[in-house]
Design a protein around this ligand. Structure first.
Ligand code: 5RP
Length: 258
């Protein structure tokens, strides 16, 4: 791995612990003004101190985040579909020169294994891996799952391993039963979990806890943080699990008492 690539990765995943808490706020790229992100600046600013990296689109960044902020950016560079249409119909929307101009520490796109536009999304990932390799920018591959596909260890191992083989430097996938298998399928490539749809806070903390126990490097969580009734409490609680070995009950107390 070249120096720039390593340096950017180290800004996101702690080289000391191999762990990270990414805050995902890129939802608007296909969901529009999602609940909790209508005023993105207001939602994100109290959370930033507790995030190791911010996953976001270039438009959201330019509109709602001050360029003076010092958290590494994981830039969502895919789009082209909406919640009204086939979700797998993604293209790459952001040029590598704009990613460099933005000072992205990582770039990311989704891959829809088993969906209608599977090959197109594999092409998208391959393209950004090639560009990332050229400029020392690591790629986070997101294993997005079509509506009719079961999110089980067999499917998520297939999707995640394919992304590893295609050259992704980090994998974002969903937690599932036998999650260890998914982590093992990715070899030395760090795996982080998405939060998915909003669930009860304690259940989300349990999910983060088990993911870490099963070998995840951390989380890339959005709705289960910013749609919580206590987003700051929630990110602090997730952080305690990822970085400080907190139990679910300890983390839940942090959420409750922040
Ligand atoms: C879609 C995405 C999302 O836009 C987002 O990052 C997901 O985060 P969460 O599920 O935790 O809200 O990656 O595939």
């Amino acid at each position: 791995m070249n120096w720039g690539m390593k340096n950017r990765l180290s800004r996101i995943i702690s080289p000391k612990t191999g762990r990270c808490v990414m805050l995902a706020v890129d939802h608007g790229y296909f969901q529009g003004p999602t609940t909790g992100l209508k005023d993105l600046a207001k939602t994100v600013s109290p959370l930033l101190d507790f995030a190791d990296a911010l996953m976001i689109t270039r438009g959201a960044l330019r509109n709602w985040i001050a360029p003076e902020m010092d958290k590494p950016i994981i830039l969502r560079v895919s789009g082209g579909q909406s919640i009204l249409k086939e979700l797998s119909n993604e293209i790459i929307t952001t040029s590598i020169s704009d990613c460099i101009r933005i000072n992205a520490s990582s770039i990311t796109c989704s891959v829809y294994i088993g969906s209608e536009f599977e090959k197109q999304t594999i092409g998208n990932l391959s393209k950004i891996v090639n560009e990332g390799e050229n400029y020392g920018i690591p790629v986070l591959a997101v294993t997005a799952v079509g509506k009719e596909i079961a999110r089980d260890a067999r499917y998520l191992s297939l999707a995640s391993r394919m992304c590893v083989e295609l050259g992704a430097h980090m994998i974002k996938t969903y937690y599932c039963e036998n999650f260890k298998k998914v982590v093992q399928a990715c070899g030395n490539v760090p795996v982080v979990i998405a939060g998915g749809k909003k669930i009860e806070e304690k259940k989300a903390l349990e999910m983060a806890y088990h993911a870490i126990k099963d070998g995840a490097a951390g989380v890339d969580m959005g709705r289960n943080i910013f749609q919580s009734d206590n987003p700051v409490g929630m990110i602090k609680a997730v952080r305690a699990i990822v970085h400080n070995k907190a139990s679910v009950n300890e983390a839940f107390r942090i959420y409750k008492h922040t």
